[in-house]
Design a protein around this ligand. Structure first.
Ligand SMILES: [Zn+2]
Length: 156
């Protein structure tokens, strides 16, 4: 889905939809993440009258626990204001300047701005780097139960 992001922001448009993690190759390359994320993109202008996109995402991500390799579910909920800039210098200055900036994320003004790309980028940032159950019993469980391969060795 493509939008003119400046017009979208200034006219306070709103769209929403869903992203199935299984269908996003970039996400599947990172890990076995499943689930459906809902998103809403809202146009707005900030207090400095800059066009802004407000991206809200929420949903449940199913990942594999890196300790016991069993599935675990994580709920994500995030809202990010994304300021639109008209040239790269302004964007870089806002995002990478040493001084305090009130910009949390930014993009360039585009006639054909890719909404799904933005949603995917946001979801990727929120993916757990090494997901683990809060109280994972994985390792202690494996310590106590003898591996079938060891038992097999004894039989042979
Ligand atoms: Zn676990």
């Amino acid at each position: 889905m493509y939008i003119n992001n400046v017009k979208f922001a200034k006219s306070a448009h709103e769209i929403s939809g869903e992203l199935a993690l299984e269908s996003v190759e970039r996400i599947q390359e990172i890990g076995e993440f499943k689930g459906t994320i809902k998103y809403t993109l809202k146009g707005s202008v900030d207090r400095l009258n800059r066009p802004t996109l407000i991206l809200s995402i929420y949903g449940i991500i199913s990942a594999l626990c890196q300790n016991c390799l069993q599935p675990l579910e994580l709920s994500v909920e995030n809202q990010t204001p994304i300021t639109i800039f008209f040239n790269e210098d302004q964007l870089d200055a806002a995002l990478f300047s040493e001084s305090e900036s009130d910009v949390s994320d930014g993009v360039l003004a585009e006639d054909e701005f890719d909404v799904m790309q933005l949603v995917e980028d946001e979801v990727i940032m929120l993916l757990p780097y090494a997901a683990k159950h809060d109280s994972c019993i994985g390792l202690s469980y494996h310590d106590k139960v003898e591996s079938p391969f060891n038992i097999l060795k004894q039989i042979i």
